[in-house]
Design a protein around this ligand. Structure first.
Ligand code: FES
Length: 76
């Protein structure tokens, strides 16, 4: 499936590309992390494809995971 061209100057909008190799947007990453409660880059790669190329986006993907990932605290 072809994705529409999205310009690089799209900072702050949900269509901002996070992974340039796989053309994955910030909105896709955020949606998958929150809906599927993803915790690792491996899971994110599996569900979105983000990070499957050159890997230079991994640091940014980690930031999304840290900020948005669900934290399940142990309840004793
Ligand atoms: S920019 Fe994400 S794998 Fe290259």
């Amino acid at each position: 499936m072809d994705r529409p061209y999205i310009p690089d100057t799209c900072d702050g909008c949900p269509s901002k590309i996070v992974c340039r190799c796989l053309n994955v947007t910030e909105a896709e990453v955020v949606q998958h992390i929150t809906r599927l409660e993803l915790r690792t880059i491996r899971e994110l790669r599996y569900h979105t494809g983000a990070g499957e190329g050159c890997t230079c986006c991994h640091a940014q993907l980690e930031e999304y995971l840290e900020k948005l990932g669900c934290v399940h605290e142990m309840v004793s």
